[in-house]
Design a protein around this ligand. Structure first.
Ligand code: SAM
Length: 249
């Protein structure tokens, strides 16, 4: 029997998901960063800042971050800006269109030369074992067909003592906020995607994929299964987002 997985609200053959996801990000790449600001009222910056604080790049020694599914490099730029002169970040993403926007952004940034861009799949990272001090994935993991494989890969490329951080949309846990959030997500966001990017369907997928992602507790268990220790998570903004942390010890 064909193994299936979710693509937004749809059940699709596992081997079809990546191509569908790639179409979404090819379509939105040019307007991706603008849409993040519009959709989240700038809140994605606050959530990413919480991730950067947890990464805690040092000021006085070499530090290598891997930004998995890093897209246009938003997390990577923030980490090199927060760290010292010897902080480096590698953005790894499967989509050349997202990476192309990232490279253009790097050319205009003060710390842009500390960020490298590599095309690669989170399920088969093109890096040696134990090569990074930290690995992060922001709003990326729910797009990856085999989440367990991606977690095992993140674990493999981390040095012993390295930290993994995953920022992802979660489930709203504040009474009253849920209905409002649903209304906004299912009506306004696709309409905004239609108006700004010319692709309402892409943003319908993004919203629907959030609802199909495992709960923070279930995801924490998947991280433990992948080998991570001291797994914790915190939810933010009434549960809209969760930040997971685990260590390779
Ligand atoms: N991390 C960035 C941020 O927070 O702005 C980008 C997040 S964007 C919502 C999701 C990214 O995941 C896209 O750039 C997409 O190309 C990437 N992606 C999807 N499947 C992937 C895979 N299997 N391996 C690596 N990247 C993948």
């Amino acid at each position: 029997m064909t193994e299936t997985t979710t693509f937004g609200a749809r059940e699709v053959p596992l081997e079809d998901k990546q191509a569908l996801v790639d179409d979404v990000f090819r379509s939105v790449a040019r307007r991706y960063d603008l849409m993040n600001d519009l959709m989240s009222f700038g809140l994605h910056r606050v959530w990413k800042d919480a991730l950067v604080t947890a990464v805690n790049p040092p000021k006085n020694r070499p530090f290598a971050l891997l930004d998995i599914a890093g897209g246009t490099g938003d997390v990577a730029f923030r980490v090199v800006a927060a760290g010292g002169e010897e902080t480096r970040a590698t953005v790894c993403d499967i989509n050349p269109d997202m990476l192309a926007v990232g490279r253009e952004r790097a050319a205009t940034r003060p710390h842009g030369d500390a960020v490298a861009f590599t095309e690669g799949n989170a399920e088969a990272l093109p890096f040696a074992d134990k090569s990074f001090d930290a690995a992060a994935i922001a709003f990326g993991i729910r797009n990856v067909p085999r989440v367990d494989v991606a977690l095992a890969e993140a674990f493999r490329v981390l040095k012993i003592g390295g930290r993994f951080l995953c920022l992802e949309f979660s489930s709203v846990d504040v009474p009253g906020l849920g209905a409002l959030y649903d209304l906004y997500s299912f009506n306004i966001i696709p309409a905004l995607g239609g108006a700004v990017v010319g692709d309402a369907e892409a943003y319908r997928y993004l919203v629907e994929s959030i609802r199909r992602f495992p709960s923070p507790r279930a995801f924490a268990e998947m991280m433990r299964t992948a080998g991570f220790a001291r797994v914790t998570y915190q939810t933010m903004t009434g549960g809209i987002v969760a930040l997971h942390s685990g260590w390779r010890l």
